[in-house]
Design a protein around this ligand. Structure first.
Ligand code: ADP
Ligand code: ADP
Ligand code: ZN
Length: 210
């Protein structure tokens, strides 16, 4: 099975949802820069203080901060770990830094139309404790308002409100979309339709890993 996997795709494409399943069912380690940054903000670390204004605006946190954070994480895992990169890289500069740190085996691009993304993001609910994500209509928790996995009270991320969502989609198009080409040129790209049933998409993702 392929070992070092990048999940590409716009905000709301399902990277976290699929990455969580890969972690729980296939034993990959999921590294989500978004989750790491939110934890840093909650703890009030110096990284969190620096990152917060960018995140609130739906802008990208500066490359040097993100690249250092990821390099430390990767070094702490050792060479043999199967890793899912979720939400990283988001710029060509980040992708180049990642290529220096590990050999990426595969980049999966989850393809979803903008209109669907807005609907997904504005109704997303997130667990502050274990980072599980839900959707009010498409993937609701068993008990409304509470995480199935750890029982914590779910919340709506500030940047999942409509005004910020629009900006994040623009930022994606400008800075992150070029990565589709970057991995295509490297012969590492697989495109998967990110609409439809979560399980059906997961079957396709698993096939791409073999
Ligand atoms: P990303 O990590 O790419 O931003 P998420 O995995 O957090 O995306 O998914 C965004 C929202 O869409 C969440 O509310 C999630 O529950 C929902 N979602 C994920 N996959 C699907 C799907 N295949 N169909 C419908 N809703 C989905
Ligand atoms: P989503 O699940 O919608 O794709 P994330 O949780 O990955 O969003 O990211 C939330 C915010 O954290 C981004 O809008 C950005 O401000 C910051 N962020 C996360 N990953 C990166 C990254 N690789 N480079 C720069 N900023 C990042
Ligand atoms: Zn939870």
């Amino acid at each position: 099975m392929k070992s070092k996997i990048v999940l590409l795709g716009p905000p709301g494409a399902g990277k976290g949802t699929q990455g969580e399943k890969l972690e729980n069912e296939l034993g990959y380690v999921r590294l989500s820069t978004g989750d790491m940054l939110r934890e840093a903000v909650r703890k009030g670390t110096s990284l969190g203080v620096k990152a917060k204004t960018y995140m609130d605006a739906g802008a990208l946190v500066p490359n040097d901060l993100i690249i250092n954070l990821m390099k430390e994480k990767i070094a702490s895992l050792g060479n043999n770990a199967g890793i899912i990169f979720d939400g990283f890289p988001r710029t060509v500069e980040q992708a180049e830094a990642l290529d220096q740190a590990v050999d990426i085996d595969l980049a999966i691009d989850l393809n979803v139309a903008d209109k669907v993304l807005v609907e997904r993001l504005t109704q997303r609910r997130t667990c502050p404790q274990c980072n599980a994500v839900y959707h009010l209509a498409y993937n609701p928790p068993k008990k409304a308002g509470f995480c199935d996995k750890c029982g914590s009270v779910l919340y709506q991320r500030d940047d999942d409100k409509e005004a910020t969502v629009k900006n994040r989609l623009e930022v994606y198009r400008k800075n992150t979309l070029p990565l589709v080409d970057y991995y295509k040129k490297a012969g590492k790209l697989t495109v998967i339709d990110g609409t439809g049933d979560i399980e059906t998409i997961f079957d396709q993702v698993k096939k791409a890993l073999n």
